[in-house]
Design a protein around this ligand. Structure first.
Ligand SMILES: *[C@@H]1O[C@H](CO)[C@@H](O)[C@H](O)[C@H]1NC(C)=O
Ligand SMILES: *[C@@H]1O[C@H](CO)[C@@H](O)[C@H](O)[C@H]1NC(C)=O
Ligand SMILES: *[C@@H]1O[C@H](CO)[C@@H](O)[C@H](O)[C@H]1NC(C)=O
Ligand SMILES: *[C@@H]1O[C@H](CO)[C@@H](O)[C@H](O)[C@H]1NC(C)=O
Ligand SMILES: *[C@@H]1O[C@H](CO)[C@@H](O)[C@H](O)[C@H]1NC(C)=O
Length: 476
């Protein structure tokens, strides 16, 4: 049964489209235009925005208000050379000022700039400082938080987070050179965590011991290492992570926040006790705070943008709100649901459907001809659709924005010659076969007989086919 050229071309083009979607990465797009017998229609997927550098969007507040150095001007020393105290912090001189916004700048010129506090001149009263970071938006971490300290990392600090715009807070991770002494906790590392306790809040000694102020400047909150517990060391199996996000209570929330707060409790001491005769060498200085995260849009948006000074999801699937957490007016036929990562690879969009008219029958918009039922209370189902609200498929059909006839299945319409049936809709053929059910050998009636030589229909098809073949090979 030869395939007519135009349908061959269409299937090549669809194959190509599929390849492009696959190579774009998971959950990158919310919808795509696909061809059906009734002409092109939208197909919807679960989607999420790309990770962004959230330091560009954060509001910083430091407490107490007079903690920033330079007012009045003050000299300071370094731990490495406590007798050389020639440096000065002066808020009234641009070159000598160290305001909080220097934690957030991009350091384009290559010059490291930093926020700096007053020195510990009031010892033994503790030197305390809070740094609150807020976004007015729910975010999800996608990589490690990294805070860069100049002149030594603090001996003791706590990272807190809030999920409700700063109304309540919870500790995220404790940091100390001696966890038992500072917090009464046993020291742990993320390597000590397993799938059952990955959301446990730990105290780590990894970033607080004195190693010299120049050797290690960074303090991390380890996100990738936690992801790797499910996705493998190279994060090669993100599907497994996403599946766990759906099934394991609290896992997604663990990486979610609206605000972060650093509580700095004790500065770097240079590996010894506090030396009271030279307190000008004790202070905090932060040059950078990296927060790689994505907007939480409940899998209903592929983009997030700054509007009215606040990050907001560009909601799809007829949802609305800053986090797409409600159905738009007129689309409340069913109660709102977040999108789902499952089934992989495209997830479930769980779109908000148009509300029916005044009578409570709510025929499924995609499965029936009208949202309203007829006078005797029946919904009028489209071909292949059944159920009181036309929400189920008859045998031989599969739900895909309505019920579509199966192209292949594991009982009757088998893919031949070793092809495999994907979601009842497509046979993926081995390289030397083609056709809807992989029933045709690519070599039939042709000279040179390698895979690509079957693509001779037209220059365009040839190009599409070559591209599709190479993409398929690359993704195999
Ligand atoms: C930092 O925040 C905590 C929690 O709100 C508060 O108890 C503490 O007094 C604050 N510290 C400073 C130095 O403002
Ligand atoms: C926070 O975001 C909400 C929703 O976009 C907005 O209405 C509100 O004004 C924002 N608040 C601040 C302080 O920016
Ligand atoms: C987490 O669980 C593993 C075993 O499943 C255990 O060895 C480890 O000590 C636990 N970690 C913490 C921090 O409780
Ligand atoms: C959302 O509603 C509009 C009409 O307001 C419609 O054109 C569009 O297809 C709907 N989108 C989805 C995903 O249902
Ligand atoms: C209502 O729909 C049902 C099912 O399609 C059909 O059997 C019935 O005849 C219809 N009634 C009217 C009044 O159209």
């Amino acid at each position: 049964m030869p395939m007519d050229p135009s349908s061959a071309m269409l299937s090549q083009a669809l194959l190509l489209l599929q390849c492009i979607i696959l190579t774009l990465g998971q959950y990158d797009i919310c919808k795509s235009l696909v061809s059906t017998d009734d002409g092109p229609t939208w197909e919807y997927y679960a989607c999420q925005p790309k990770p962004m550098s959230m330091k560009e969007y954060m509001q910083i507040r430091v407490e107490p208000p007079d903690i920033t150095c330079g007012n009045p001007p003050e000299r300071f020393c370094t731990l490495e050379n406590p007798y050389l105290c020639s440096d000065e912090c002066d808020a009234s001189t641009k070159e000598l000022a160290h305001p909080p916004e220097l934690m957030q700048d991009r350091e384009r010129t290559g010059l490291i700039t930093y926020w700096q506090t007053v020195t510990w001149s009031r010892y033994p009263e503790p030197l305390l400082a809070n740094i609150s970071l807020s976004w007015n938006k729910s975010l999800e971490l996608t990589d490690d938080i990294q805070i860069t300290f100049e002149y030594g990392r603090p001996t003791t600090m706590v990272l807190d987070k809030s999920l409700n715009y700063g109304r309540t807070w919870q500790p995220y991770q404790y940091y100390a050179d001696d966890c038992m002494d500072a917090f009464g906790m046993l020291p742990k590392r993320v390597q000590d965590l397993s799938a059952t306790n990955v959301t446990r809040v730990i105290c780590t000694e990894q970033y607080s011991r004195w190693v010299g102020s120049k050797n290690e400047k960074n303090v991390r909150f380890e996100v990738l290492e936690r992801f790797a517990i499910f996705a493998g060391t190279k994060l090669q199996n993100m599907d497994n992570l996403y599946t766990r996000m759906e099934s394991m209570k609290g896992l997604r929330d663990f990486f979610t926040f609206t605000n972060l707060r650093l509580r700095l409790l004790r500065p770097a001491l240079g590996g010894t006790y506090v030396q009271r005769d030279n307190l000008l060498k004790y202070f905090y200085a932060i040059s950078n705070i990296d927060i790689p995260a994505r907007c939480k849009c409940n899998l209903h948006a592929g983009q997030c943008s700054l509007r009215d000074g606040t990050l907001q999801c560009d909601c799809e699937h007829n949802t609305t709100g800053q986090d797409c957490s409600a159905c738009e007016r007129g689309f409340k036929a069913k109660s709102w649901k977040p999108g789902s990562y499952l089934p992989t690879p495209n997830g479930s969009p769980n779109i908000c459907e148009a509300s029916g008219t005044s009578d409570k029958c709510n025929c499924n918009q995609l499965g029936s001809f009208h949202a309203r039922c007829n006078d005797t209370g029946f919904c009028q189902c489209r071909e292949g659709t059944t159920g009181q609200k036309c929400e189920d498929c008859l045998p031989g059909y599969t739900w895909k924005q309505g019920c579509v006839p199966n192209v292949c299945d594991d009982e009757l319409l088998l893919c031949q010659n070793g092809g495999s049936c994907i979601q009842n809709q497509k046979c993926v053929c081995p390289p030397s076969f083609r056709g809807v059910l992989c029933e045709q050998s690519r070599c039939q009636g042709e000279k040179g007989c390698d895979g690509a030589s079957a693509c001779y229909l037209s220059t365009l098809t040839l190009l599409l086919c070559l591209l599709a073949n190479s993409l398929l090979k690359a993704s195999a």
